[in-house]
Design a protein. Sequence first.
Length: 408
Amino acid sequence: MKRCPATRLPITRKPHWNSPHPAERYTTKFSLIGSDIIYIEIETDCEGIIMNQVDFDVLHSIIDEISKSGAPVYTVANLANISGCSFTYKRDFINFLYNSDPAFRLLVFYNVHPEMLCDMEAFVAIAPEASSIGIVDNYHEALTLIMNNKTGQPAQESPESEGKQQYNIYKRAFVAALARMNWLSIYSLPVTMPASDSLFYPFFRSLQDINNDLREKERLQRNELQTITKEYETKITEKISLLNAHQALYRSMKLQLEHEKSELAAQKASKEMAIARLSATVRKSRAKIEKLCSFVAALDTPSPLKDKVVSLCKDITADEMPCKNSGNEIKADDPVFFSFLHSRHPNLTERELQVSMLIKQDLSSAEIACSTGLSPRGVESLRYRMHKKLGLQKNESLKKYLLGLNSA
């Protein structure tokens, strides 16, 4: 087993502790030094990598494997080949740091790129009380810092002048305030202000003004959002009321149509019964007339008179033939044909349009007469007028024209 060169503790690596980021062309590799030190490094063939994502899943899985009864966790991160991190990374890292359970006792960065130093110092300044963040130069210093922290030894710090100490205090307060405002959008915490005669006062005063402006901007945006939300809630309520009204109207119209449908069905049934009775009466009358014709034909009377009476009887029976197609249903294409014929020949009357459809359906004049209430002679007269209205020649068939029109 490989061991840490600084502490001689065993190093554990597992394949599922690696997190590839192909789009950014790097892989985050995790390992465990001893039982509670997580080591993080970036493997890449490129320089100047920008980190975009905190590997929460891998970190949580490692912490779940090693943590015992909430014991603190130590972490070392090698930032070689990394020149920056995205806003999302910074925000997520701080949230993770504040909400990690168990807490990170100490997180140490080394090989920090100069362009990342300000961000790392901001992490140090904004870290929660339960966690500490350190920045060192190399691997050995990072492990030494962690081992000293575990044994309770204070960190070795170079002596500083009073002015330098004051500078570091205000610098930390300044970057912490900026990090809270920029990464966490926290504007309610007060900005620590130096004395008015301090050289740092103008910077902190400007920072406080920016903080106040951002807080006011957030309040205005919140009020605007509330106004917009209220307006849209009102619109939604109005639309729901309108929809309910339409639904109520639809239900009412549906009931009305169903009622009218029932009435029409009853009228249809009544008329069908009347037609059936009429047909029965016609059949009886026709039978009597035919019998009368036979009787007249058998009489010993002068032939011209007899022929005239027999012809008259035949005409009567032809006029009174029952309607074979009185219950004929309109075909599915008839409404389309009706509309097309009316648009092409607007001078046709409603009855002429109706007769046109019956002619197209191959009904005889007698059947059309029965369906329309006209006499057979009346139907013939109507057909003649329609022939002229449609502009047909004497040798052109009305039925053929209508069928051709339907297929056009």
